[in-house]
Design a protein around this ligand. Structure first.
Ligand code: TYC
Length: 115
């Protein structure tokens, strides 16, 4: 009697009714990349070429050759992207360039736009 009772009341598979199999589910976590911003340098008729080259070396980590080449692109085309950054870094670069140009009394303009 004790033996039969134990067998009938066994709870080994109480949580799995007959025929019920587990279904594995996996949801892909949606990752969000922060938006990027282009920093643009604009041409003008007054800022000296060497000053622009210096800015590109100092604030955008370019070699003299890279900076000279990109300065010429701005000079000829009117505008060029000088870097792509997070919003906060782009804002800082624009502020650094504008502040430096202003302190040297050059009309150089630098802006940013969402990529
Ligand atoms: N056009 C300027 C000159 O002839 C040079 C220049 C280049 C100015 C790039 C601004 O973003 C600029 N002196």
């Amino acid at each position: 009697m004790t033996r039969i009772f134990e067998t009938m009341m066994s709870d080994r598979d109480d949580d799995k009714p007959d025929g019920d199999v587990g279904v594995a589910t996996k949801t892909r976590a949606r990752t969000q990349r922060p938006p990027l911003y282009k920093v643009l340098l604009l041409n003008d008729d007054y800022t000296p070429m060497e000053f622009v080259v210096h800015i590109l070396e100092r604030f955008f980590g370019m070699t003299h050759a890279q900076a000279f080449e990109l300065m010429l692109v701005v000079h000829k085309k009117g505008v060029a992207v000088v870097g792509v950054f997070s919003h906060e870094i782009a804002e800082t670069k624009v502020a650094q360039v504008m502040d430096f140009a202003r302190r040297h009394q050059h009309p150089l303009q630098c802006t940013m736009e969402k990529e």
